[in-house]
Design a binder for this molecule. Sequence first.
Ligand SMILES: [Zn+2]
Length: 82
Amino acid sequence: MAQQSFQTRYGSPPMSDDDAACRACCGQMRAHWDERPHARLMVVASTPVVEAFGGGVETRYLCLECGHTLMHSTGRFGQGWH
Ligand SMILES: [Zn+2]
Protein backbone atom coordinates (compact mmCIF):
# COMPACT_ATOMS: atom_id res chain seq x y z
CA MET A 1 0.00 0.00 0.00
CA ALA A 2 1.33 3.37 -0.95
CA GLN A 3 1.06 5.74 1.90
CA GLN A 4 1.03 9.40 1.07
CA SER A 5 3.45 11.34 3.12
CA PHE A 6 3.17 15.04 3.56
CA GLN A 7 6.84 15.69 3.46
CA THR A 8 7.42 19.23 2.36
CA ARG A 9 10.55 19.66 0.39
CA TYR A 10 12.06 23.04 0.95
CA GLY A 11 15.23 22.17 -0.86
CA SER A 12 18.28 24.03 0.22
CA PRO A 13 17.63 27.71 0.88
CA PRO A 14 19.92 29.96 -1.15
CA MET A 15 22.76 31.26 0.94
CA SER A 16 23.09 34.96 0.32
CA ASP A 17 26.40 35.41 2.06
CA ASP A 18 28.68 37.68 0.13
CA ASP A 19 31.52 35.57 1.40
CA ALA A 20 30.01 32.54 -0.30
CA ALA A 21 31.51 33.43 -3.66
CA CYS A 22 34.06 30.88 -4.75
CA ARG A 23 37.58 31.76 -5.78
CA ALA A 24 36.71 31.83 -9.48
CA CYS A 25 33.86 34.29 -8.82
CA CYS A 26 36.06 36.54 -6.70
CA GLY A 27 38.54 36.62 -9.54
CA GLN A 28 35.76 37.27 -12.03
CA MET A 29 34.50 40.29 -10.09
CA ARG A 30 37.97 41.82 -10.37
CA ALA A 31 38.35 40.87 -14.01
CA HIS A 32 38.37 43.34 -16.85
CA TRP A 33 34.99 43.69 -18.57
CA ASP A 34 36.54 42.14 -21.65
CA GLU A 35 37.37 38.89 -19.81
CA ARG A 36 35.38 35.76 -20.58
CA PRO A 37 33.17 34.31 -17.82
CA HIS A 38 34.83 31.50 -15.88
CA ALA A 39 34.07 27.88 -16.67
CA ARG A 40 31.37 27.34 -14.03
CA LEU A 41 29.29 30.40 -14.93
CA MET A 42 25.94 29.79 -16.59
CA VAL A 43 23.96 32.51 -18.35
CA VAL A 44 20.64 33.14 -16.58
CA ALA A 45 19.38 36.21 -18.40
CA SER A 46 20.54 38.76 -20.91
CA THR A 47 18.90 42.17 -20.90
CA PRO A 48 19.50 45.07 -23.26
CA VAL A 49 20.06 48.33 -21.43
CA VAL A 50 18.37 51.46 -22.73
CA GLU A 51 20.59 54.17 -24.19
CA ALA A 52 19.81 56.55 -21.31
CA PHE A 53 21.55 54.10 -18.97
CA GLY A 54 24.59 53.69 -21.16
CA GLY A 55 23.26 51.15 -23.62
CA GLY A 56 24.86 47.76 -24.07
CA VAL A 57 23.76 44.44 -22.68
CA GLU A 58 23.55 43.33 -19.09
CA THR A 59 24.02 39.61 -18.64
CA ARG A 60 23.27 37.74 -15.44
CA TYR A 61 25.34 34.67 -14.68
CA LEU A 62 24.86 32.01 -12.05
CA CYS A 63 27.88 30.17 -10.75
CA LEU A 64 27.35 26.42 -10.65
CA GLU A 65 30.16 26.16 -8.15
CA CYS A 66 28.99 28.47 -5.36
CA GLY A 67 25.55 29.69 -6.48
CA HIS A 68 26.74 33.29 -6.65
CA THR A 69 25.11 35.61 -9.16
CA LEU A 70 27.36 37.81 -11.24
CA MET A 71 26.37 40.64 -13.55
CA HIS A 72 28.24 41.61 -16.65
CA SER A 73 27.51 44.85 -18.47
CA THR A 74 28.81 46.11 -21.76
CA GLY A 75 27.29 49.57 -21.50
CA ARG A 76 29.18 52.84 -21.17
CA PHE A 77 28.27 53.12 -17.46
CA GLY A 78 29.18 50.37 -15.06
CA GLN A 79 30.94 48.41 -17.73
CA GLY A 80 32.42 45.20 -16.37
CA TRP A 81 31.78 42.46 -13.82
CA HIS A 82 29.77 43.00 -10.66
ZN1 LIG B 1 31.44 30.88 -7.90
